[in-house]
Design a protein around this ligand. Sequence first.
Ligand code: AMP
Ligand code: MG
Length: 699
Amino acid sequence: MSRFDTIVVVDWSGGNDRGLTPKPDAIWGCVARSGVSKEPVYLRNRQVAEMWLHDLIEAELAAGRRVLAGFDFPFGYPAGMAEALTGASDPLALWDWFEARIEDAPKANNRFDLAGRINQNFGGQGPFWGNGLRRDVDGLPRNKARYSNPFADRRQAELQAPGAFTCWQMAGAGSVGSQVFMGLPVLARLRRAFAGRASAWPFETPDREIALVEVWPSLSVSKPPEGVIKDAYQVATLARVLSALPARELDEMLLVSAPEEGWILGLGYEHRLVDSAATRPELQPPPLRNDCFALPAGIDWTPVDQALGLLRTGLHPVVLQEDVPVMQAVGRVLAHDLMARRSNPPHRNTAVDGYGFAAGSVGEGPQVLPLMAGRSAAGKPFDGVVPEGRALRVLTGADLPAGVDTVVLDEDVTRGTGEIAFRGALRRGANTREAGEDVARGALVLSAGRILTPADLALAAAVGHGSLRVFARLRVAVISTGDELVEAGAAAEQGQIYDANRPMLLAMAARWGFTSVDLGRLPDNRAVLRDTLDQAAQQADVILTSGGASAGDEDHVSALMRESGALQEWRIALKPGRPLVLGLWQGVPVFGLPGNPVAALVCALVFARPAMGILSGEGWHDPVGYDLPANFEKRKKPGRREYLRARVRNGKVEVFRSEGSGRISGLSWAEGLVELEDGACHVQPGDPVRYIPFGSFGL
Ligand code: AMP
Ligand code: MG
């Protein structure tokens, strides 16, 4: 299908003329093209609205443009209604049926009387209820006290759209019943006026010049800004978002089978209809606040928990969103709550290879059932009906054909010619799976912020998602500083050491699912450092430096940041740690880690990791620790928290033989950290201590 050039969205109303000045709860319409919407139009009554639509569509067609016109009321009723009223299950016959019976004028119409008359066909207690008139209407209950509905209360579409109202309610807050009565006749006339050029979706394929579609702005559009009329804001936003969609995405949304009840455009694709940064590239996530790393005044050594609390409240996601195929989504951060677009399993099916029949045809004791010809296999369902008292061959995963509700297992059956024998009774539903027994359509399956696992991808695929809206990967720049550093593997002179932090920090960022950006080793030179930070701010969302973070002569990271007014020096009551430099460089957060590899790793795990969780959209996660008996002794003074390199052997926690913060071998030896609380302590062998495996930090 080629794209629609013009999108029109209309917020309908079932009420009377609303007067000259624009008001809420009137009819509002808005036109958009290529991601730009015009001013919303106030339409005081349906007669005005119908003329506006007619003229607009005519003008668009004359200009050679295809039009998609969305209306916010159901295009059909729950299954069975069309047939009950018109004798045919064709919803478009129902449109004409209403068009022939509704009388509509700006100040009066017959909708409640018609609802009452319809109800009387069904005994006068339903399906419609709610009367907006002062006088009573024969057959139309005012409330649901003595109400009975021969049809389903909601369409499949409403079951999937949380908060959607039922079409049976004719009056009262939020009711849509009247809108349908007063809307279908207008649609029927538009369809007739543009006969052969308009398709009524989803009953007709939307491949003509005009598509009339059902929409529901509340599906995706959030609250209007202060002082803006909600209806006007919603039609404009939805029209703009729809008109900005790639044709391929709109086509995908239009691929729906709901031949009788109709469907809401975009249901199951809400995330693509959100007026987000991704649909408006000019809309970037807001910048971090300058004071996001500010410490409370007057505290000399900030306790770890307080420092973490400050990071947690000061930061927010800084990445855009993008759609990725399910196949490539592992490890990515889900940007929106994900709903099931399809039930799992979608249909009742058999859980085993065996024979299916109706439970009612089988009693106690030995049974013999004649076999039907054919079979139902996975992907190749049997499309006939299995009559009572007969059985059909069924294979695991096959849909149960009409007439079958129970399956007997192959192993429990003796097969004769044209018949099977087995022992009854069988519980109704034995060896079958109910449609939706795992996940019902519309259910929340995964929450925003979730880091997608392989199993999550199975779930997302099973409930109908081919692509997922995720946060763009956080880009993490890593810089090492120090005149003494040489590159791993290069020749080292006296006085030089290998840059050990950079491979470690780059690998950590990659393990966390971020994009690591290697900005190399820098000498202790402020100008070079400044240039590199400038470059990092262009290329990354977060900058990790190591070294030069103290207050010494050659500590240029802290000096430069102080000079540029970007510095927050955090003196955290933490060992190993010492000062941690935090700040914004051109709006990009910088974590200035200590140079000692042990301190660099601990500070990265304890501070940078959870902070980056927020920046990347996955949210704050405290690492999970376990209380296990110590296999060591340790005395500790009060006033700071300590992390020891540790691992678990035989159910007990061992710590590395030295606490020296330059001992890289201990980092590699360790499989986690022991966390000793801020107060004084004397750990003796057998005492419980808090052990946090590196895996809890995502390594
Ligand atoms: P600094 O924080 O720059 O004073 O460095 C503290 C200690 O860590 C010094 O002994 C440095 O040589 C060492 N160091 C700094 N950066 C690295 C690095 N990238 N790899 C290994 N050791 C480092
Ligand atoms: Mg240094």
